[in-house]
Design a protein around this ligand. Structure first.
Ligand code: SF4
Ligand code: SF4
Ligand code: FES
Length: 325
């Protein structure tokens, strides 16, 4: 069995008694089979019984044990310590998911996560026969439409790692949008439009995702929330609910550019999304990009050699039309 001596810098804070948090340093011999939760347990059982953290199942099911290690969101009962040492070295910093919401040590007030979650009606809404004569069986094909969205354990890793949540406290965040997709994709559900009305709101819903893919990186269930957010974009266009605004014009402008050239024309995309006045604001970046060869003058824009094929694909799959157009 391989072991390593690690230095652990651990966030400690008690909101009842402390004005500011502090970091305690513990040295610990850790073996290659141990996960982060083993370390948390050993701090509590071997060093300081007052150390607090959440855990329950130890099997990656209850979603309660998430923390951050050197800034990386991890589900502590699944994350092997040696894998983290490979990335960060032998000094690990253990912190709660969101330090500004710490109640005690690793335990945070997760109410902002649950409020957002609740907002999208995360349950099946349907008129049901309360005394059915047989089971209401969902076919395998229909069940597959939920994709992995059904595997979410509400750990909050994606929510507390999302930069859009960090700057906009109204943004619903990836976990609740995954759940909105999960129920919208359920053939028994009848509240898709109701949920899309919620997720379609600017400043609040799907159009505020900045597509950084951080949520996909940190999800322990490999759900890929950004993919579900993109599917909600599609549902919004399919239901002809997309308002004409800068975010939706960005999506439509992207399609228009690919349809015209087979490749993305960044300059045209900005002009379409933000208008002429908005484009002027971006002139310094545009000049820097032009100098580096990232954008070209409109009349020099090349076309893909497979443009015909690309246009056929767009025709058969595109849903990006605005409401009432
Ligand atoms: S891709 Fe969107 S939802 Fe995911 S972390 Fe980035 S901004 Fe948040
Ligand atoms: S989508 Fe993944 S990271 Fe986000 S709450 Fe669900 S399981 Fe956790
Ligand atoms: S203890 Fe339940 S998911 Fe980690």
């Amino acid at each position: 069995m391989e072991t390593k001596k690690l230095t652990l810098k651990v966030f400690r804070f008690n909101s009842d008694t402390d004005y500011l948090p502090r970091y305690m340093t513990y040295e610990m011999e850790v073996s290659n089979g141990e996960v982060v939760l083993d370390i948390l347990n050993r701090i509590k059982w071997e060093i300081d019984g007052s150390f607090s953290y959440r855990r329950s199942c130890r099997h990656g099911i209850c979603g309660s044990c998430s923390i951050k290690v050197n800034g990386k969101a991890v589900l502590s009962c699944k994350e092997n310590v040696f894998d983290l040492v490979k990335i960060f070295g032998e000094e690990l910093i253990l912190e709660p998911q969101d330090k500004s919401r710490a109640i005690k040590d690793m335990v945070i007030d997760k109410s902002n996560f649950w409020t957002k979650y609740d907002a999208i009606k995360p349950y099946l809404i349907a008129k049901i026969d309360e005394n059915p004569k047989s089971e209401n069986i969902v076919s395998k094909e229909d069940a597959e439409k939920l994709e992995e969205a059904d595997y979410c354990i509400e750990c909050g890793n994606c929510f507390y790692a999302c930069p859009a949540v960090g700057v906009n406290e109204d943004y619903l965040g990836p976990a609740s949008l995954v759940k909105a997709y999960r129920f919208n994709a359920d053939v028994r559900d009848e509240a898709k439009i109701e949920r899309l009305e919620i997720t379609n709101k600017l400043g609040f819903g799907i159009w505020d995702c900045v597509k950084c893919y951080e949520c996909a990186e940190v999800c322990p269930k490999e759900i890929n929330p950004i993919d579900k957010i993109t599917k909600l974009h599609n549902q919004t266009f399919e239901e002809e609910m997309a308002e004409d605004n800068v975010a939706t014009r960005h999506a439509v402008g992207f399609k228009n550019s690919i349809k015209k050239h087979g490749i993305l024309d960044e300059g045209e995309l900005v002009k379409y999304s933000e208008g002429l006045f908005g484009t002027l604001k971006h002139m310094p970046e545009a000049i820097a990009m032009f100098r580096k060869g990232k954008i070209v003058l409109p009349w020099n824009m090349p076309k893909s050699k497979n443009l015909d094929e690309i246009q056929k694909l767009i025709k058969s799959s595109s849903t990006s039309e605005f409401k009432g157009k």
